[in-house]
Design a protein around this ligand. Structure first.
Ligand SMILES: CC(C)=CCC/C(C)=C/CC/C(C)=C/COP(=O)(O)OP(=O)(O)O
Length: 316
C-alpha cells in the first residue's frame, strides 16, 4: 500500500493563498486535466494543483520564445528552486506561491519530487531540439515529461489498503502517462511541426513515407499518413490498457480523477483514429460538455468497472 497523509491540521493563510494561486492556474490552463482534478477531495485537489502549477511553469519555459540557452538557464534555475523545496529551505512566507504550495504538498503526501527533475530533463531535451529514431528513444522522453507526472500523481492518490498488485502501481501510473503523451503528440503534430519539432519516431515516419514531415494541412505526397496515425493509435491504446490496471487499486475519487483524465484523452484518440488528417488541419479537441460527461462517468465508476471486467477476462 502507498500511504498518503490527508489530514491538514491547520493550514496557514499564506499556504491557503498559495494553493489558491495554483488552483487558479489549473482552472485556467489545464483544459483537459482540470476535469479530473476537480473530482478529488480538497486536500488531494490542492496537491494536484501544486504539481500542475510547477509542471506548467517548466513547460512554459520550454514552449516560450526565449533563445535556447536562456531557456536552459531558466530551467536550471527552476531545478535549483526544486532543490530548495526538497531540502525545506522554502518557508511559507516565500514570495513564490508555487514553491510554498509544493513544499506543503511534499510535506503531506509521499510525492517523489525527483519526478519534477525528470520533467526538467525532458523539457531540456525539447530545448536541445532532440529527435527520436525509434519508439524506445521516444519512450525515454515520454517517461520524463509524462510518466514522471503519473508517478507523482500516484503519490497524491495513494493506493487502497490491501490492493492486489499495488507494488506495480508506479509502473502503471508511468505507463498511463506514456499513453497520454503519445496521444498528445498525435494531436499536436501540426503545431509541433510549425515550431520545428518532430516527436514521432523517424523509423515510423520512414515506414509510412512521412519522412518529409508535416508542413501543411495535407500529408506528404505519396505517404500513408492514415497508416502512420493508425499504427500510433494502436500503440497508445495498448499503453492505455496496461495503465488502466492502476484503476482498481485507487480509492473511488482518485480512480474517478484518473478515469476522467484518461477517458478524455481516449476520446481524442477515437476522433483522431476516425479522421487522421484532422490533426494536420489544427488541434483536435472535445467540446466542454463531452469532457464533463466523461468526468461524470468516471465518478460513477462506469469506466473503471468496464476496464476491470476486461482486465479480468484477459487474465482468465
Ligand atoms: C496516473 C496519472 C494521473 C497519470 C497521468 C499523468 C499525466 C497527467 C501526464 C500529463 C502528460 C501530458 C499529456 C501533458 C500535456 O499537457 P498539456 O497542457 O499540453 O495538455 P492539454 O493541452 O491537453 O491541456
Amino acid at each position: 500500500m502507498i500511504r498518503t497523509v490527508e489530514s491538514e491540521p491547520h493550514m496557514s493563510a499564506p499556504v491557503l493563498a498559495a494553493y489558491g494561486y495554483c488552483e487558479a492556474v489549473t482552472g485556467q490552463q489545464a483544459r483537459n486535466f482540470a476535469y479530473g482534478i476537480r473530482l478529488l477531495p480538497a486536500p488531494k485537489r490542492r496537491a494536484m494543483s501544486a504539481l500542475y502549477a510547477f509542471s506548467r511553469r517548466v513547460d512554459d519555459i520550454g514552449d516560450g520564445v526565449l533563445a535556447p540557452e536562456v531557456k536552459a538557464k531558466r530551467l536550471e534555475e527552476t531545478r535549483a528552486l526544486l532543490a530548495r523545496i526538497r531540502d525545506r529551505s522554502v518557508d511559507e512566507d516565500d514570495t513564490d506561491p508555487v514553491a510554498v504550495a509544493l513544499r506543503h504538498t511534499a510535506d503531506h503526501f509521499p510525492v517523489p519530487l525527483d519526478g519534477l527533475d525528470e520533467l526538467i530533463d525532458g523539457v531540456l531535451m525539447d530545448v536541445r531540439g532532440e529527435t527520436y529514431e525509434t519508439w524506445d528513444d521516444l519512450k525515454v522522453y515520454c517517461r520524463c515529461v509524462a510518466g514522471a507526472i503519473g508517478r507523482l500523481s500516484l503519490g497524491v492518490f495513494g493506493t487502497e489498503p490491501g490492493a492486489r498488485g499495488a507494488e506495480r502501481a508506479p509502473e502503471y501510473a508511468d505507463t498511463l502517462g506514456l499513453a497520454l503523451q503519445l496521444t498528445n503528440i498525435l494531436r499536436d503534430v501540426r503545431e509541433d511541426a510549425e515550431n520545428g519539432r518532430t516527436y514521432l519516431p523517424a523509423d515510423d515516419l520512414a515506414k509510412f513515407g512521412c519522412s518529409a514531415g508535416f508542413d501543411g494541412p495535407r500529408p506528404p505526397e505519396g505517404s500513408d499518413f492514415a497508416g502512420l496515425v493508425h499504427f500510433e493509435v494502436r500503440r497508445a491504446r495498448a499503453l492505455f490498457a496496461e495503465g488502466y490496471r492502476l484503476l482498481p487499486m485507487l480509492d473511488r475519487r482518485s480512480g474517478a480523477c484518473v478515469a476522467a483524465m484518461a477517458g478524455i484523452y481516449r476520446r481524442l484518440l477515437d476522433r483522431i483514429e476516425r479522421e487522421p488528417e484532422a490533426v494536420l488541419r489544427g488541434r483536435v479537441s472535445l467540446p466542454g460538455r463531452e469532457k464533463a460527461y466523461v468526468a461524470v462517468r468516471g465518478l460513477s465508476g462506469l469506466d473503471a468497472r468496464h476496464v476491470s471486467r476486461r482486465t479480468v477476462r484477459r487474465r482468465a
